[in-house]
Ligand binder design. Sequence first.
Ligand code: FES
Length: 368
Amino acid sequence: MLAKITPSKAIHWLGRQLLNREDPGAFFDPLTTAINPMWAQQYTPARVERITEETADTKTFVLKPAHRWGGFKAGQHLNVGIDINGVRRTRTFSLSSSPALWRNQGLITLTIKRLPGGLVTNWLHDELKTGDVIGLSEAFGDFLIPEEKRSVLFIAGGSGITPILSHLETMALEDYPGAVTLLYYVRTQSDVIGEERLIALRNRYPSFALNIITTHEGSEPRYLTGQDLDLIPGLADREIFLCGPKGLMELATDQLSQRGVSNDRQHSTFFAPPAPAQLASTDIGGEVTFSKSNLSVDSKGDANLLEIAEAAGLTPRHGCRMGICHQCTCTKTSGTVVNRLTGKTSGSGAESVQLCISVPQGPVALEA
Ligand code: FES
């Protein structure tokens, strides 16, 4: 039987939609975006202005976000939200343009590599067209140049160049005072992303040294070596920025540590989840209670809270699934969780946890 809807109930319901700060456009967006997709409130809409091919599997999308978007700093990321077959999918990408392009022309760029089997990257490559509108979060992330302006070494692999392109163009515009070196590892010359921009930077920015190293053009693979680092003047005093595949990141951090570069000088950002800490299977798992959903489920093994929620049919908000974007942050009201990345154990009381990297250790209650 349908409940009777009185005028006062309707006004209360409307008020709740208007004051829904967690998800301000949840009700009105389907109505307003049917008139104009740029009126969305749930996320910042951005229109695709241009799409250019960088390599056989990488495209740059030039986007014009609505004016209310808050801008970004070089090195930051954002979440892109798109609807595929009626399901909202969110993924995290780095901004590849400099903030000056946003300030001067209201444009940003995302340079995105097609991932084998990647639902979202393949959709962006195959379906997204000039004039379409996608959703953006505000920018976030701390892959930033420190205030103290030391010389810098960037080490990039493949599509890990994208946040570094943003940094390099920003540093060139600001006449960055220190020396700047890029070691950019790609499989073959045809895999270089942003080649024209890199060469233009080298030509107009005298303190920038560009080194492109192809790893798969000789008879043997040629990966990063200690000698590559020994050729960098003043290595120990530089800020080091790493972005690329896991193998390159591990090689680089190992070689840097052997050369006495302290961890607090090394800044990295990930394109894939970093190696998880080894968790003893006897210590993890337990009953997870989702209080708002009035649901309790048992978990075994090292499933994280996001996976447990999804397996139970819930759809918590999330983005990167690797501990970067904080979209999945939720209040744990009781119980202990282990951080999947660091292996550290939380306290047992109320606190915020990131669902995608938290594994229950005994019974856990969540406000979700
Ligand atoms: S989904 Fe991005 S931090 Fe959890």
